[in-house]
Design a binder for this molecule. Sequence first.
Ligand code: IDP
Ligand code: MG
Length: 149
Amino acid sequence: MSVQRTLVLCKPDAVQRGLVGRIISRFEEKGLKVVGMKMLSLDEELARRHYQEHVQKPFFPELVAFITSSPIVAMAIEGENAIEVVRGLMGVTDPQKAASGTIRGDFGLNLTKNLVHGSDCLSSAQHELLLFFSPEELHEYSLTLKAWM
Ligand code: IDP
Ligand code: MG
């Protein structure tokens, strides 16, 4: 088991619907550590770089329009096996198919407006964290309750 860092985005729908606090709580309650957090508005260039792997997909223009439509909240999340654990807490891509108890399963219905992004592997996590955070925006600290989790 290794300690990993991953990028989570609370997408524009999460901010507009006032769900950011509840989404962050899911990660905190699990025992994961927020090591960086900020609100920002994506411009088209950052949206394209972040979703580079989907450039050729038919849904790409809609995805870029959506993610740039309103501010997002970006978080760097750290913990044991954090990449997979975060994806598990989020649920599968389509909120209609995501299990109850997951963020997408509990709060969403729409495939584009699926509330959250989480990096899908170690190399994406490293790349995506660099897109959204400078080194001094990421914090090294210990959780005093760690021994109990
Ligand atoms: P992921 O967010 O679960 O990793 P990806 O396949 O990487 O899913 O897709 C990136 C984002 O693009 C999704 O979170 C969703 O917002 C959007 N998306 C994916 N597939 C579709 C689609 O078929 N139609 C519309 N939007 C989609
Ligand atoms: Mg993805």
